[in-house]
Design a protein around this ligand. Structure first.
Ligand code: AMP
Length: 396
């Protein structure tokens, strides 16, 4: 796959799809700049290369209508401060007026288009809309990993009408870590999966059983596996219809000689109030949880066992929390595993998107891991081995 390093973009109008889907506070100001900061290496490089930079993104779900609440105007302001140069905010993303404005851009100037999802055609990957977007530019750069698993006009459709089409540095890094480093890992390679559902992650389990030496399953997902092996799981969150799926994964792990590890103990409670972030009194149980109690976190023995495996690993991939980490009483397991990963400085540690990123940030160890993915769904689909539409359209 070609990247911005491989092409000469001097003087060219370059359409850059970024992920500026940032949270806004009650005053409509950007409350977390992480995603904007993440796009800076690509934007700064294009500025140095004297390209004319036209940035495009979505923000929220305006559902195909122009809605000021989802305007990218506050992002232009934040970006301009970070770049230390003006960012020209355009009040639309297609049309004659916008075309004539971008045609007047000087080299190294940066413009930001209004939210592409103000048009329903964007998510429909409508060919005419893709063509309208393409009229703004000569070349295409995709640096929005978080939406690369969606075939939309600005993430995929537009590429048909522009050349060259290359990846930015953010996508390059995602592929390096989620792709190369897990495809040919340094061994032992430990995969730690958690979260709510086996059904969401079974394709990832299946794909990674071909590569891992150890696979640790925590979170609510573990209860489906424990039930499949004849344990009592009380009222824990479970997918009873996925017992066969769990047994098939256990069988595959044996065939592939992968050490598949489940919690040997759980923190459990008789009451969970997620809305108010509280639980009833908690108790630790071993492999069996009595009726009326729900497992909400891995227990101390499991923490110790999982941490020991982490300490002996050379490559570690984490996807999904070990318990209900949003509630203090059931966050310990997730944070302890995050800490064990952070403390293994010898290993390449990869945090695979979504809730795991929130958990690692909350644990205070985000600076101590090798790579944190910017994609939730995209990172899962990529790890499953799927071809992401936003990457498939780039020049090889
Ligand atoms: P996922 O999106 O599949 O990665 O799931 C993340 C969610 O799983 C988080 O919101 C956690 O609170 C939840 N979760 C993890 N462990 C448990 C558990 N033992 N019981 C209920 N929910 C859990």
């Amino acid at each position: 796959m070609k990247t911005i390093r491989d092409v000469n973009l001097e003087g060219k109008r370059v359409f850059v799809r970024v992920d500026f889907n940032v949270p806004l506070d009650e005053h409509g100001q950007v409350s977390d700049m992480t995603r904007i900061t993440a796009a800076l290496p690509t934007i700064n490089y294009l500025i140095q290369q004297k390209a004319k930079i036209i940035l495009a993104s979505h923000l929220g779900r305006p559902d195909g209508t122009k809605n000021e609440k989802y305007s990218l105007a506050p992002v232009a302001k934040g970006l301009s401060e970070l770049l230390k140069q003006p960012v020209l905010f355009l009040t639309d993303c297609i049309g004659e007026k916008i075309i004539s404005t971008v045609n007047k851009l000087a080299n190294s100037e940066v413009a930001l288009l209004e939210n592409v999802r103000f048009y329903a055609e964007e998510t429909d990957n409508d060919e005419k809309f893709s063509q309208e977007l393409a009229k703004l530019a000569d070349a295409y750069v995709n640096d929005a990993f978080g939406t690369a698993h969606r075939a939309h006009s600005s993430t995929a459709g537009i590429a048909k009408f522009l050349s060259p089409c290359v990846a930015g540095f953010l996508i390059e890094r995602e592929l390096e870590f989620l792709g190369k480093k897990t495809a040919n890992p340094e061994h032992p390679f430990t995969v730690i999966l958690g979260g709510a559902k086996v059904s969401d992650k079974i394709s990832v389990i299946d794909a990674l059983l071909d590569k891992a030496d150890n696979m640790i399953i925590g979170g609510a997902m573990a209860y489906t596996f424990l039930l499949a092996q004849g344990h009592k799981i009380g009222n824990s969150l479970v997918e009873s219809d996925k017992i066969d799926t769990a047994l098939a994964a256990i069988k595959k792990a044996k065939e592939k000689n992968v050490q598949l590890v489940f919690p040997v103990d759980s923190v459990a409670t008789d009451h969970i109030d997620f809305a108010n972030r509280t639980v009833g009194t908690t108790q630790i149980f071993g492999l069996d949880i009595p009726d009326g109690m729900s497992g909400i976190d891995i227990g101390p023995k499991s923490v110790e066992q999982f941490s020991e495996i982490v300490r002996q690993s050379k490559t570690i991939l984490l996807n999904g929390p070990m318990g209900i980490f949003e509630i203090k009483e059931s966050a310990k397991g997730t944070f302890a595993i995050a800490e064990a990963i952070a403390q293994n400085r010898e290993a390449i540690s990869i945090i695979g998107g979504g809730d795991s990123v929130k958990a690692i940030n909350k644990s205070g160890h985000s600076e101590d891991v090798t790579f944190i993915s910017t994609g939730g769904g995209a990172s899962l689909e990529f790890l499953e081995g799927k071809t992401l539409p936003g990457i498939a359209v780039l020049d090889q």
